[in-house]
Design a protein around this ligand. Structure first.
Ligand code: PRP
Ligand code: URA
Ligand code: MG
Length: 216
C-alpha cells in the first residue's frame, strides 16, 4: 500500500491489530518486557512489508503431486544496516525472515540538547554496493540521522533505489527532510505521527525508543 500525499512512502495497512500494537508501545505505563515484545511484532510486519518490495524473477518448481508450480524467487542479495543504538532492535526481526542475513552498523547519535546527529562509526559488508539494503531505525524524527546514514551507504556505492528505510514511527517533517536529500529511497513505516515537539521528539510518539527497548 502506498501512502497518498507522500511519494515513495509505504504505510502499513492501518488495521485494528496494528493500532492495538501501537497503543501498547505508546502507553507510558507499558513495562519494558511488553514494549520489547510488541515492538518486535511491529518490526516483523515492517520487515515482511519491506520484503514485498524486492524484485523477483519467475521460478517454477515441481510439486509432490507431479504438477509444476509457477512461482517466483528473489532476484538479488540483501543486507540490513542498523543505525546504532535503537536500530539494532530491528536486526532480529530481519534475521527471523532472512536466515544468516548480513548486517552492517552505522553509529549515529543525536545530541541530546540540539538534536543534531553525529556520525561516529560505520562497518558495512564489503559487497554492499551489490545488495538491496534494509536501513533499520525505529524513529524518523527530523530525518537528520537517517540522511547521514544514507549518505554513508551512497558513498559506499549503494544505489538509492535499492535502499528501503524501515521505521516504526515518522512524521511529515521528517519524511520531507529525508526525501529532499534522498528522494529515491523508499520509506516503509507503520505510522505517520502529527509532528515534532520542541525537543524534536515525535508526538504523540512513544518517547525515547532506545531507552525504552534497552534500558528503562
Ligand atoms: C534516535 C533514533 C534515530 C534518531 C531519530 O536515536 O533512533 O536514530 O534519534 O531522530 P532524527 O530523525 O531527528 O535524527 P538517538 O540518537 O537518540 O540514539 P539511540 O539510538 O541511542 O536512542
Ligand atoms: N528518537 C526517539 O527515540 N524518539 C523520538 O521521538 C525522536 C528521536
Ligand atoms: Mg539513533
Amino acid at each position: 500500500m502506498s501512502s497518498e500525499p507522500f511519494k515513495n512512502v509505504c504505510l502499513l495497512p492501518q488495521t485494528n491489530q496494528l493500532t492495538g500494537l501501537y497503543t501498547i508501545i505508546r502507553d507510558k505505563n507499558t513495562v519494558r518486557s511488553d514494549f520489547v515484545f510488541y515492538s518486535d511484532r511491529i518490526i516483523r510486519l515492517l520487515v515482511e512489508e519491506g520484503l514485498n518490495h524486492l524484485p523477483v524473477i519467475p521460478k517454477t518448481v515441481a510439486t509432490h503431486t507431479g504438477e509444476d508450480f509457477s512461482g517466483v524467487g528473489f532476484k538479488g542479495k540483501i543486507c540490513g544496516v542498523s543505525i546504532v543504538r535503537a536500530g539494532e532492535s530491528m536486526e532480529q526481526g530481519l534475521r527471523d525472515c532472512c536466515r544468516s542475513v548480513r548486517i552492517g552498523k552505522i553509529l549515529i547519535q543525536r545530541d541530546e540538547e540540539t538534536a543534531i546527529p553525529k556520525l561516529f562509526y560505520e562497518k558495512l559488508p564489503d559487497d554492499i554496493s551489490e545488495r538491496y539494503v534494509f536501513l533499520l531505525d525505529p524513529m524518523l524524527a527530523t530525518g537528520g540521522s537517517a540522511i547521514i546514514a544514507t549518505d554513508v551507504l551512497i558513498k559506499r556505492g549503494v544505489k538509492p533505489e535499492r535502499i528501503f528505510f524501515l521505521n516504526l514511527i515518522c512524521c511529515k517533517e521528517g519524511i520531507d527532510n529525508y526525501h529532499r536529500a534522498h528522494p529515491d529511497v523508499k520509506i516503509v513505516t507503520g505510522c505517520i505521527d502529527k509532528g515534532l515537539n520542541e525537543q524534536k521528539y515525535l508526538v504523540p510518539g512513544l518517547g525515547d525508543f532506545g531507552d525504552r527497548y534497552y534500558c528503562i
